[in-house]
Design a binder for this molecule. Sequence first.
Ligand code: ADP
Ligand code: MG
Length: 677
Amino acid sequence: MLLSDPAGQLPGLGKARPGALKQLGIDTVADLIHHLPRRHEDRRSFRPILSLQDGESAIVRGEVLSIRTVRTRARRSFVQASVGDESGEISVRWWNMPWLTRSLAVGTQVVLYGRVRKGAITQPEFEVVSEDDSLHIGRIVPIYPLTKGITTPALRRAVHTALEGALHEVEDPLPPELDLPPLGEALRAMHFPPDRKALARAKRRLIFDEFFYFELAVGLQRLRAKRQKGVAQKWSREVDRRIRARIPFTLTGAQERAAKEILEDMRAATPMNRLLQGDVGSGKTAVALYAALVAIANRTQVAFLAPTEILARQHEATLTRALEGSDVTVELLVGGTPAAERRRILAELASGGIDLMVGTHALLEPSIEFERLGLVVVDEQHKFGVSQRAKLIRKGVRPDVLVMTATPIPRTLALTAYGDLDVSVIDEMPPGRKPCATRVLTHLQRQVAYDAVRAAAAQGLRGFVIYPLVSESEDVDADAAEEGYRELSRGFLRDLNVALVTGRTPAEERQRCMQAFRSGAIDVLVGTTVLEVGVDVPEATVIVVESAERFGLSTLHQLRGRVGRSGHASSCFLVSGNKTTDEARTRLRVMEETNDGFRIAEEDLRLRGPGEVFGTRQHGLPEFRVADLVRDFEVLRAARSEAFALLERDRTLKSWPLLRKEFQRRFRGRFDLYEVG
Ligand code: ADP
Ligand code: MG
């Protein structure tokens, strides 16, 4: 048998539905060997049915004692069976699988896998087994990703045959000096582990591989970026002095450090690719201003991107204020900029008349040209897709890029999604900040929160009330906020000035509200997460989040950062909805325990995956098959350092032809994902 033989010829697969193998990505014997199990079942011994505990996930072996279809009144039906062993029997139920009454006749031997609830198992995975089949019983067996038209036993048998016939042909692309368990051995043990220890060892090897190839890509991207020629900005004590005179406070130690790292990058001939991380309120804007003024002092232009119009306007206001009386020209371009104004801005931008261009996505349009773009600052990066970042970079020759994020990115993600960026961290708050006191409340307790809002307003301070995102569309979300606004302005907050800001609010109206809120004419802003990012009003000291369980922890942390941006004590109330589960409430309690954005982000990543942390599915991370970013962090670190070390020795990978070939196979056509950094 050859690795390149068609898999369809193997016993068991001949009868598979045509196209089914293709759907699984299996073409050849080699593909079959690399089709890894999604989990394993330990079938060396089975628990007696009688001993099963409520709530546990169990593997049961028994005989089908009875089976029939039951119709419900709602014109639905399910298959109801009873499965028994020597100790007793258990009731089993499958929804939406009417054909089971035929394939699981009374007397059939089955293995079931599912959760036991109240003496029954609903919708278990199952497999028909025969008494004496040593491939499917009496060992730790692999359970594979499947598709319609192929059964688990058939696939298992085919993989087994493939391993027997062709595993010895599998070559290990990773250099022997990495001192890993051989790939062939790992593959065999991954499919048919002799014991748990061997399985763990095999898994680690395959996890290592996944990370290793990925980090090779990241490493190559880094090297490539470093080789490009960008603008080498000049700097002098005089420039530094003039810039500092524009910043209305003394930078914290952490801000100084970040500014210094950025400055070093900007002065180098290679383009900067730096991620600036800092918790909400840590003062990233001042650092960005420093960088911007260095670029402008060198007669290059700066693009300053914000994810929302509110934020873009706020940045423009802050920057304009800081630059008052200087000859630096600042302009704002957003979706709502009138056409004539827009034409003027575009012309000035292209002729170099604008130094600092602040804006939203509007800056990404193809019609927008810079005369000499030297620096791109992207604020709150996680709201931007990777490809958007790329679009802007293409507008300059090789501008320096500073990406800022207030969602502290867990170490794991920093090494993967942003693996090609250098990282600066602001890990210190401006002086005089008090941590925000956070409380989780039930729906019935929510008056406590609104009492706090009223108390703040009585002292001339202000508050936010936030309603959840129901969908990606702000339009739909507005409903909950509108309803809440009506209820609050008649109820808990009736004697205050309350305004509503959602995605549905027209831009000018929104701006007027923000202005009134800033000046104190409005006490409370009710809204959706349009209010989330970056809104900076020092007098805002209370924030209430309704249906808080609907938000990711990172988003809640962001929201909480809207208050406590001054010396005033601040508080955050997370009101859980009526139907919140205990699990969800436990998750919210993390917010009571810590103000550490990094911990919160780790927790989010663990519970809800990378999409949650970035607030977008376009995070550009590959789907890892065996690896898990959180669980396998140590392996990731090892793989990264080995990958980088290898590139250090030979960045062409030509010293390791097999590795080079396998790397190209894995990343063919996907490289543009990393062209960005
Ligand atoms: P973020 O990192 O969330 O973008 P900002 O840059 O908006 O934070 O800064 C938060 C607030 O702290 C702003 O009001 C800003 O003026 C203030 N601030 C920033 N740095 C300092 C500092 N070194 N000393 C005093 N206040 C500061
Ligand atoms: Mg900010």
